[in-house]
Design a binder for this molecule. Structure first.
Ligand SMILES: [Ca+2]
Length: 355
């Protein structure tokens, strides 16, 4: 949350650091990281079109599956029989080029491009209310010191993912980041689409499965991440000391579609950037809520690591900042709470159309 400069939120940092994720970030300041251009990995694709057209989307037949898992992390269970109806979902994350077309057509201004409301945040100075986004500060520090890991960077937005010195020039095929939840929803609604529910997202990520087959740990099967044959863009090395980038992408997202698709032709359902879902967040799955679930109400949303924070939305998939020895949330059962009022440089999205 951009208002993470506020003192009461500092207490969050120790909790989120212990959980392997930093949702609030207290430091303001520039971040010096190169934004290298990357070559596209997929051939040119038709631009997204408004429903009922479905270019770039895959149809996911409805079905039943076991959502969640025997918890490797406390929030991802208990495993729950779940049913979802059929839907269409984007084969890739929404890219910078996709989002640019949306902004050109609508003149939409994202959350990160707006100053914080002085009435809502009277305790913040004008400087602290400047438009800003949340940026990973780079290698270094310790796992426990989340405050050193993230910065609120004035001028960081979807066109400048790491701040004014960065750019998306030559990066049309990268997933758009620095989009808050309402930005993602606005894009989806522009096309007559929606954001996926957590259940839809997880069902799609797991790919087609034979009836009765046990769920796999990863979207690609049960084999651990293999840096010699990388299945996704994640972090190699000791987090947060060094990312060796053996998967070809160091400290940065990759263009969409650089790693093998799952059985439904969906790319990057593990790693690269987190993806917003429609659901509000609370820890654990409701065992009784497995029939086309849409998550808890906003009033029931809570994150016990930060009980005074505004309700958060579930994000799925992990990111290029997740390592096997930390975070480890590039698994379909894994989930996190995303602060809905912030853009971050490791959170993007894709859309669904329910027909
Ligand atoms: Ca990587």
């Amino acid at each position: 949350m951009r208002a993470g400069l506020a003192a009461p939120l500092l207490a969050t940092l120790a909790l989120t650091a212990a959980a392997g994720f930093s949702a609030c970030h207290p430091r303001a300041g520039p971040v010096a990281q190169a934004e290298a251009p990357h070559a596209p990995c997929l051939p040119p694709r038709p631009p997204a079109a408004a429903a009922p057209a479905t270019p770039g989307m895959a149809h996911i037949p409805g079905g039943r599956f076991v959502m969640g898992g025997a918890p490797l992390l406390p929030e991802e269970g208990p495993p729950r029989p779940t049913r979802v109806a059929g839907f269409w979902i984007d084969r890739t994350d929404v890219t910078n080029a996709d989002f640019a077309r949306f902004v050109a057509a609508t003149h939409y201004v994202t959350v990160a491009e707006r100053p914080l409301d002085a009435k809502a945040w009277p305790g913040l100075s004008p400087d602290q209310r400047r438009p800003s986004g949340i940026v990973f500060a780079g290698e270094g520090g310790t796992r426990e010191d989340a405050a050193s890991r993230w910065r609120v960077v004035p001028g960081a937005d979807w066109r400048h993912p790491k701040g004014p010195g960065s750019s998306i020039a030559g990066r049309d095929d990268l997933p758009v980041v620095q989009v808050a939840w309402e930005d993602a929803l606005a894009y989806a609604r522009w096309l007559g689409h929606d954001l996926p529910t957590e259940a839809e997202w997880e069902f799609a990520a797991r790919g087609p499965r034979p009836p009765g087959a046990a769920p796999t740990r990863y979207v690609w099967g049960d084999q651990p991440f293999d840096p010699k044959h990388p299945q996704a863009n994640v972090w190699q090395g000791v987090f947060p000391v060094i990312d060796t980038g053996e998967d070809g992408y160091r400290l940065a997202p990759s263009p969409v579609g650089c790693f093998p698709a799952n059985g439904w032709g969906l790319y990057d359902m593990a790693g690269d950037v987190w993806q917003w879902t429609a659901d509000w967040y609370r820890p654990n799955l409701d065992p009784a809520g497995g029939e086309a679930p849409a998550g808890p109400s906003a009033d029931a949303a809570t994150d016990p690591r930060d009980p005074h924070a505004a309700p958060r939305h579930v994000i799925k998939g992990g990111s290029y900042l997740c390592s096997p020895d930390y975070c480890f949330r590039y698994r379909p059962a894994a989930r996190e709470a995303g602060p809905a009022d912030s853009g971050e440089d490791h959170v993007g999205f894709r859309t669904v159309w329910r027909g």
